[in-house]
Ligand binder design. Structure first.
Ligand code: TRH
Length: 381
């Protein structure tokens, strides 16, 4: 019999919640004998990362996943064998009651935010009994070590990337209406929150000795780019040249096209969690802006990932990447942005080799979907 899985996603802000929930639901649906439903409370946000979603439909099917609008009040629904609550979104009361009414309780999992911090090892898998219902929730922590739940890496990802790089890049640029890189050009993708270090990095790119082209999917950073350009606004498709820098605003891409953009660029500036992982898997040097948190808590996340990512890198390259990451996250850094960028540029080749080795290492460390299936297998009654 096919096991049923329900994944619940409450979109709080940005695209990370739906981005991860959708990636997971799609990957689960590719496994044999699983029936997957994804409940989403903001289909408009979902449509942005997956344009074939119809934001007005309560029920639809996409990539083998039954997509359901999560509405309040929540209609009575039979609970699934496995229930995934993405990022602590509180499940509807009616659904909790349906879970406890089952002859055998579902395996209930709270999929947590990714962090490279070491405490994730000890917290992964911990149970938390419901205060009044006969249900136990388990905390599932993605992470970078074997003791965690691993990372969302589809089993065919490396092969898809390889095929794209072998014969798909030219078509991709054509489809985006972007010229292929010229000789010596450094192509950068930029996905960021508002960022105090942005004007300095744009200045550094404009003053670079070689052409830098920066591709920016439409989003929160665009008003800041417009201000730097001295323009009233910036629309999708506009291109601006300042010194060595050519800036181009792209439409917000589908999740799969965004992966392709990361594969095709030489450096990727990413933010939050999902794009950060995808940039690591793209095997190219990356600059990460963590989701800003109060009291600088994101600084620890940045330091933790830098420490892991930097393992095996020579001191100079490690210094170069660390300097830029710190500026990009508002963490004190002795070197100025232009020096950090020059160092980053100088060590780009070494960092690219390192990024390739890092991506292979991540793939060998345990995939989240497989670990989740194992975790559930041990608990299912
Ligand atoms: O959008 P984000 O900033 O999401 C954040 C973080 O997840 C953060 O931890 C969370 O607390 C906060 O939201 C509420 O960044 P993230 O995680 O990289 O998610 C972006 C998703 O959007 C990812 O799945 C990739 C996708 N995407 C596209 O599909 N098309 C695009 O053009 C771009 C730029 C991104």
């Amino acid at each position: 019999m096919r096991a049923t899985w329900d994944v619940f996603c409450n979109v709080i802000d940005n695209y990370g919640d739906i981005g991860v929930a959708w990636r997971l639901a799609r990957d689960l649906a590719r496994q044999p004998d699983l029936e997957v439903r994804l409940w989403v409370d903001d289909l408009e946000a979902f449509r942005r990362i997956w344009p074939s979603i119809d934001a007005d439909r309560a029920e639809q099917s996409e990539a083998g996943v039954a997509v359901r609008a999560w509405r309040t009040p929540f209609d009575d629904t039979a609970a699934a064998d496995v229930v995934i609550e993405a990022f602590g979104c509180a499940l509807p009361e009616t659904y909790l009651r349906a879970m406890s009414a089952r002859a055998s309780a579902p395996v209930w999992i709270n999929l947590e935010y990714l962090t490279a911090e070491s405490w994730a090892d000890a917290h992964h898998g911990l149970p938390s009994p419901h205060p009044s219902l006969p249900l136990i929730k388990h905390f599932f922590f993605p992470g970078y070590t074997e003791a965690t739940g691993g990372l969302l890496i589809e089993s065919d990802l490396a092969e898809r990337r390889r095929r794209f790089l072998a014969d798909g890049v030219a078509d991709f640029w054509c489809r985006l209406d972007v010229a292929a890189p010229e000789a010596g050009e450094l192509r950068v993708s930029l996905f960021a929150y508002e960022n105090a270090a942005l004007p300095a990095i744009l200045d550094a790119w404009a003053g670079d000795a070689a052409p830098v082209s920066c591709l920016v999917p439409e989003g929160r950073v665009v008003p800041q780019l417009a201000a730097w350009l001295g323009a009233a606004g910036l629309r999708v498709g506009e291109t601006h040249q300042r010194g060595a820098l050519r800036l181009r605003v792209l439409p917000f891409l589908s999740q799969d096209d965004y992966d392709r953009l990361l594969w095709a660029c030489a450096v990727n500036f990413v933010r939050g969690e999902d794009s950060c992982v995808r940039a690591q898997l793209a095997a190219k040097p990356l600059v990460w802006q963590a989701y800003p948190q109060t009291e600088g808590a994101h600084g620890q996340k940045v330091a933790a990932l830098l420490a892991r990512y930097g393992e095996g890198l020579d001191a100079a390259s490690s210094r170069a990447i660390g300097g830029l990451w710190r500026h990009w996250n508002g963490i004190p850094e002795a070197l100025e942005v232009p020096s950090c960028w020059r160092a980053f540029r100088l060590h780009h080749e070494t960092m690219t080799r390192h990024a390739d080795a890092w991506a292979s290492r991540l793939s060998g460390q345990g995939r989240l979907t497989e670990k989740l299936l194992e975790f559930v297998e041990k608990r299912i009654k």
